[in-house]
Design a protein around this ligand. Structure first.
Ligand SMILES: O=C(O)CCC(=O)C(=O)O
Ligand SMILES: [Fe+2]
Length: 289
Protein backbone atom coordinates (compact mmCIF):
# COMPACT_ATOMS: atom_id res chain seq x y z
CA UNK A 1 0.00 0.00 0.00
CA UNK A 2 1.32 3.46 -0.88
CA UNK A 3 1.21 5.79 2.08
CA UNK A 4 2.22 9.39 2.36
CA UNK A 5 2.55 11.37 5.54
CA UNK A 6 -0.18 13.86 6.37
CA UNK A 7 1.41 15.82 9.21
CA UNK A 8 3.17 19.08 8.40
CA UNK A 9 6.69 19.86 9.60
CA UNK A 10 5.15 22.33 12.04
CA UNK A 11 2.77 19.69 13.45
CA UNK A 12 5.63 17.23 13.82
CA UNK A 13 7.71 19.86 15.64
CA UNK A 14 4.84 20.58 17.97
CA UNK A 15 4.32 16.86 18.70
CA UNK A 16 8.05 16.45 19.29
CA UNK A 17 8.11 19.34 21.72
CA UNK A 18 4.82 18.81 23.65
CA UNK A 19 4.33 15.04 23.34
CA UNK A 20 0.79 15.56 22.08
CA UNK A 21 -0.92 17.05 19.08
CA UNK A 22 -4.56 18.04 18.55
CA UNK A 23 -5.91 17.54 15.02
CA UNK A 24 -9.22 19.36 14.80
CA UNK A 25 -11.99 18.01 12.55
CA UNK A 26 -10.10 14.76 12.03
CA UNK A 27 -13.43 12.94 11.77
CA UNK A 28 -16.58 14.27 10.15
CA UNK A 29 -19.89 14.48 12.00
CA UNK A 30 -21.15 11.52 9.97
CA UNK A 31 -18.15 9.39 10.89
CA UNK A 32 -18.56 10.26 14.58
CA UNK A 33 -22.28 9.47 14.40
CA UNK A 34 -21.62 6.14 12.72
CA UNK A 35 -19.30 5.10 15.55
CA UNK A 36 -21.65 6.35 18.27
CA UNK A 37 -24.63 4.60 16.70
CA UNK A 38 -22.63 1.42 16.32
CA UNK A 39 -21.68 1.48 19.99
CA UNK A 40 -25.31 2.05 20.99
CA UNK A 41 -26.14 -1.07 18.97
CA UNK A 42 -23.38 -3.12 20.58
CA UNK A 43 -24.57 -2.04 24.03
CA UNK A 44 -28.12 -2.92 23.15
CA UNK A 45 -27.02 -6.44 22.34
CA UNK A 46 -25.08 -6.79 25.60
CA UNK A 47 -26.99 -8.65 28.31
CA UNK A 48 -24.91 -7.43 31.24
CA UNK A 49 -24.59 -10.91 32.69
CA UNK A 50 -20.85 -11.22 32.15
CA UNK A 51 -18.83 -8.12 32.82
CA UNK A 52 -16.32 -6.58 35.12
CA UNK A 53 -15.96 -3.30 36.94
CA UNK A 54 -13.07 -1.28 35.59
CA UNK A 55 -11.17 1.18 37.69
CA UNK A 56 -7.67 2.57 37.28
CA UNK A 57 -7.40 3.13 41.04
CA UNK A 58 -7.73 -0.47 42.01
CA UNK A 59 -5.84 -3.03 39.98
CA UNK A 60 -7.31 -6.15 41.60
CA UNK A 61 -9.76 -6.70 38.83
CA UNK A 62 -6.97 -6.73 36.28
CA UNK A 63 -6.34 -10.25 37.48
CA UNK A 64 -9.78 -11.10 36.38
CA UNK A 65 -9.81 -13.35 33.33
CA UNK A 66 -12.53 -11.21 31.83
CA UNK A 67 -10.10 -8.35 31.57
CA UNK A 68 -7.21 -10.44 30.25
CA UNK A 69 -9.42 -12.14 27.68
CA UNK A 70 -10.72 -8.77 26.47
CA UNK A 71 -7.43 -8.28 24.58
CA UNK A 72 -8.92 -10.40 21.81
CA UNK A 73 -12.62 -9.66 22.05
CA UNK A 74 -15.21 -6.95 22.65
CA UNK A 75 -15.88 -6.79 26.40
CA UNK A 76 -17.96 -4.42 28.51
CA UNK A 77 -16.65 -2.85 31.71
CA UNK A 78 -18.86 -1.13 34.26
CA UNK A 79 -18.05 1.95 36.28
CA UNK A 80 -17.06 1.40 39.88
CA UNK A 81 -19.90 3.56 41.10
CA UNK A 82 -22.48 1.84 38.95
CA UNK A 83 -23.59 -0.67 41.57
CA UNK A 84 -25.63 -0.12 44.72
CA UNK A 85 -24.95 -1.92 47.99
CA UNK A 86 -27.31 -4.64 46.85
CA UNK A 87 -24.96 -5.34 43.93
CA UNK A 88 -27.54 -4.16 41.39
CA UNK A 89 -27.00 -1.48 38.79
CA UNK A 90 -28.30 1.85 40.04
CA UNK A 91 -29.24 3.04 36.58
CA UNK A 92 -29.66 1.66 33.05
CA UNK A 93 -26.65 -0.20 31.63
CA UNK A 94 -26.06 2.50 28.95
CA UNK A 95 -25.31 4.95 31.77
CA UNK A 96 -23.25 2.51 33.83
CA UNK A 97 -20.58 1.47 31.35
CA UNK A 98 -17.01 2.74 31.71
CA UNK A 99 -15.63 1.31 28.50
CA UNK A 100 -15.83 -1.34 25.82
CA UNK A 101 -12.67 -3.00 24.53
CA UNK A 102 -10.07 -4.06 23.63
CA UNK A 103 -10.27 -5.45 20.10
CA UNK A 104 -12.91 -3.18 18.54
CA UNK A 105 -10.60 -2.17 15.69
CA UNK A 106 -9.97 -5.76 14.85
CA UNK A 107 -13.43 -7.25 15.19
CA UNK A 108 -16.04 -4.59 14.56
CA UNK A 109 -16.49 -3.39 10.95
CA UNK A 110 -17.31 0.22 11.85
CA UNK A 111 -14.35 0.73 14.20
CA UNK A 112 -12.14 -1.24 11.85
CA UNK A 113 -13.02 1.09 8.97
CA UNK A 114 -11.88 4.12 10.97
CA UNK A 115 -8.72 2.41 12.25
CA UNK A 116 -7.61 1.28 8.80
CA UNK A 117 -8.63 4.56 7.13
CA UNK A 118 -6.19 6.39 4.86
CA UNK A 119 -6.08 9.38 7.21
CA UNK A 120 -5.05 7.27 10.21
CA UNK A 121 -2.44 5.43 8.12
CA UNK A 122 -0.94 8.58 6.61
CA UNK A 123 -0.74 10.22 10.02
CA UNK A 124 1.10 7.19 11.42
CA UNK A 125 3.36 7.19 8.40
CA UNK A 126 4.33 10.80 9.21
CA UNK A 127 5.30 9.60 12.69
CA UNK A 128 7.62 6.98 11.16
CA UNK A 129 5.60 3.80 11.62
CA UNK A 130 6.59 1.04 9.19
CA UNK A 131 4.26 -1.80 10.16
CA UNK A 132 1.78 -0.44 12.71
CA UNK A 133 -0.87 -2.50 14.49
CA UNK A 134 -3.70 -1.29 16.73
CA UNK A 135 -2.76 -3.37 19.75
CA UNK A 136 -5.63 -2.03 21.87
CA UNK A 137 -8.84 -0.23 20.97
CA UNK A 138 -11.50 0.96 23.36
CA UNK A 139 -14.61 3.08 23.45
CA UNK A 140 -14.63 5.20 26.61
CA UNK A 141 -17.95 6.57 27.85
CA UNK A 142 -17.23 8.83 30.83
CA UNK A 143 -20.95 9.05 31.19
CA UNK A 144 -22.92 11.58 33.15
CA UNK A 145 -25.74 9.94 35.01
CA UNK A 146 -28.53 12.25 33.89
CA UNK A 147 -29.65 12.58 37.48
CA UNK A 148 -28.84 15.36 39.87
CA UNK A 149 -28.73 12.85 42.69
CA UNK A 150 -25.47 11.35 41.54
CA UNK A 151 -23.38 13.48 39.20
CA UNK A 152 -20.10 12.27 37.79
CA UNK A 153 -20.41 8.53 37.42
CA UNK A 154 -17.77 8.69 34.65
CA UNK A 155 -14.68 7.87 36.69
CA UNK A 156 -11.25 9.43 36.67
CA UNK A 157 -8.19 8.04 34.87
CA UNK A 158 -5.15 8.55 37.10
CA UNK A 159 -1.88 10.02 35.69
CA UNK A 160 -0.05 7.47 33.55
CA UNK A 161 2.09 6.87 30.48
CA UNK A 162 0.66 4.51 27.84
CA UNK A 163 4.04 2.79 27.31
CA UNK A 164 3.62 1.40 30.86
CA UNK A 165 0.77 -0.77 29.63
CA UNK A 166 1.76 -1.49 26.02
CA UNK A 167 5.48 -1.97 25.90
CA UNK A 168 7.68 -2.79 22.94
CA UNK A 169 11.47 -2.87 22.82
CA UNK A 170 12.30 -0.13 22.08
CA UNK A 171 9.05 1.68 23.07
CA UNK A 172 6.76 2.54 20.15
CA UNK A 173 3.26 3.16 21.50
CA UNK A 174 1.24 6.15 20.31
CA UNK A 175 -2.29 6.84 21.52
CA UNK A 176 -4.92 8.12 19.08
CA UNK A 177 -7.75 9.58 21.11
CA UNK A 178 -10.77 10.62 19.07
CA UNK A 179 -13.39 12.83 20.73
CA UNK A 180 -16.87 11.49 19.87
CA UNK A 181 -18.38 14.38 21.86
CA UNK A 182 -17.01 17.75 22.92
CA UNK A 183 -14.53 17.20 25.77
CA UNK A 184 -14.38 20.02 28.32
CA UNK A 185 -12.93 20.60 31.75
CA UNK A 186 -16.30 19.92 33.36
CA UNK A 187 -17.08 16.66 31.55
CA UNK A 188 -13.59 15.21 32.09
CA UNK A 189 -11.34 16.11 29.14
CA UNK A 190 -7.77 14.83 28.91
CA UNK A 191 -5.03 16.68 30.80
CA UNK A 192 -1.33 16.32 29.97
CA UNK A 193 2.06 17.58 31.14
CA UNK A 194 3.61 19.16 28.04
CA UNK A 195 7.12 17.83 27.40
CA UNK A 196 6.79 15.03 30.00
CA UNK A 197 7.41 12.44 27.26
CA UNK A 198 11.06 13.51 27.32
CA UNK A 199 11.62 12.26 30.87
CA UNK A 200 11.55 8.54 30.10
CA UNK A 201 9.20 5.73 31.07
CA UNK A 202 8.69 5.57 34.83
CA UNK A 203 7.15 2.14 35.36
CA UNK A 204 5.61 -0.85 33.66
CA UNK A 205 2.62 -3.09 34.24
CA UNK A 206 3.92 -6.65 34.23
CA UNK A 207 1.82 -9.76 33.65
CA UNK A 208 3.15 -12.60 35.76
CA UNK A 209 1.91 -15.99 36.87
CA UNK A 210 -0.73 -14.53 39.16
CA UNK A 211 -2.10 -11.64 37.22
CA UNK A 212 -0.61 -8.20 36.77
CA UNK A 213 1.40 -5.82 38.92
CA UNK A 214 3.44 -2.65 38.50
CA UNK A 215 7.21 -2.98 38.70
CA UNK A 216 7.53 0.36 40.54
CA UNK A 217 5.29 2.50 42.75
CA UNK A 218 3.21 5.25 41.20
CA UNK A 219 4.75 8.69 40.96
CA UNK A 220 3.01 11.75 42.24
CA UNK A 221 2.73 14.62 39.83
CA UNK A 222 2.14 18.29 40.46
CA UNK A 223 -1.38 19.10 39.25
CA UNK A 224 -0.28 22.57 38.23
CA UNK A 225 1.96 21.06 35.51
CA UNK A 226 -1.03 19.60 33.65
CA UNK A 227 -2.82 21.50 30.91
CA UNK A 228 -6.40 20.68 29.86
CA UNK A 229 -6.95 19.42 26.32
CA UNK A 230 -10.44 20.70 25.66
CA UNK A 231 -11.46 19.58 22.18
CA UNK A 232 -14.49 19.53 19.93
CA UNK A 233 -16.16 16.32 18.81
CA UNK A 234 -14.26 14.89 15.82
CA UNK A 235 -10.86 16.12 17.06
CA UNK A 236 -8.04 13.62 17.33
CA UNK A 237 -5.49 13.89 20.13
CA UNK A 238 -2.21 12.15 19.25
CA UNK A 239 -0.47 11.06 22.45
CA UNK A 240 3.22 10.12 22.73
CA UNK A 241 3.65 6.80 24.60
CA UNK A 242 5.70 8.45 27.34
CA UNK A 243 3.43 11.50 27.80
CA UNK A 244 2.01 11.79 31.32
CA UNK A 245 -1.75 12.28 30.99
CA UNK A 246 -4.91 11.83 33.02
CA UNK A 247 -8.58 12.75 33.15
CA UNK A 248 -10.92 13.63 36.00
CA UNK A 249 -14.43 12.47 36.83
CA UNK A 250 -17.23 13.79 34.75
CA UNK A 251 -18.77 16.52 36.91
CA UNK A 252 -21.23 17.70 34.32
CA UNK A 253 -24.60 16.60 33.01
CA UNK A 254 -23.01 15.90 29.59
CA UNK A 255 -21.34 12.62 28.67
CA UNK A 256 -17.85 12.50 27.12
CA UNK A 257 -17.58 9.62 24.67
CA UNK A 258 -14.20 8.92 23.01
CA UNK A 259 -12.50 6.24 20.95
CA UNK A 260 -8.98 5.41 22.02
CA UNK A 261 -6.64 3.43 19.76
CA UNK A 262 -3.15 2.44 20.83
CA UNK A 263 -0.72 1.71 18.07
CA UNK A 264 2.67 0.00 18.22
CA UNK A 265 5.16 -0.78 15.47
CA UNK A 266 5.97 -4.39 14.62
CA UNK A 267 8.88 -3.72 12.27
CA UNK A 268 12.07 -3.35 14.30
CA UNK A 269 10.14 -3.36 17.60
CA UNK A 270 9.47 -6.37 19.81
CA UNK A 271 6.19 -6.89 21.69
CA UNK A 272 7.48 -8.17 25.04
CA UNK A 273 6.10 -11.37 26.59
CA UNK A 274 5.22 -9.86 29.97
CA UNK A 275 2.74 -7.30 28.60
CA UNK A 276 -0.86 -7.80 29.78
CA UNK A 277 -1.89 -8.45 26.19
CA UNK A 278 -0.77 -11.88 24.96
CA UNK A 279 -2.34 -12.43 21.62
CA UNK A 280 -2.95 -15.89 20.28
CA UNK A 281 -3.62 -14.52 16.81
CA UNK A 282 -1.26 -11.94 15.31
CA UNK A 283 -2.83 -8.61 14.38
CA UNK A 284 -3.15 -7.44 10.82
CA UNK A 285 -0.95 -4.37 10.24
CA UNK A 286 -2.64 -1.13 9.14
CA UNK A 287 -0.06 -1.01 6.33
CA UNK A 288 3.40 -2.32 5.56
CA UNK A 289 5.99 0.07 4.29
O1 LIG B 1 -10.24 8.94 27.99
C1 LIG B 1 -9.60 9.10 29.03
O2 LIG B 1 -10.06 9.73 29.95
C2 LIG B 1 -8.22 8.55 29.18
C3 LIG B 1 -7.77 7.83 27.98
C4 LIG B 1 -6.33 7.45 27.98
O3 LIG B 1 -5.60 7.55 28.93
C5 LIG B 1 -5.79 6.94 26.71
O4 LIG B 1 -6.55 6.82 25.75
O5 LIG B 1 -4.59 6.64 26.66
FE1 LIG C 1 -3.63 6.77 28.39
Amino acid sequence: MAVVGSLSAEQLRSFESDGFLVLESFSSEEEVKEMRDRMAELLDGFDGASSSVFSTKDHKQLKDDYFLDSAENISFFFEEKAFGEDGCLKQPKELSINKVGHALSELDPVFRKFSFSGKVCSMLFSLGYKRPVVIQSMYIFKENCKSEMQPGIGGEVVPHQDNSFLYTEPPSCTGLWLALEDATITNGCLWAIPGSHKNGLKRRLIRGENGVHFDRPSLSYDQKDFVPLEVKSGSLVVIHGNLVHQSFENQSPKSRHALSLHVVDTDGFKWVGDNWIRRKVALEPLYVY
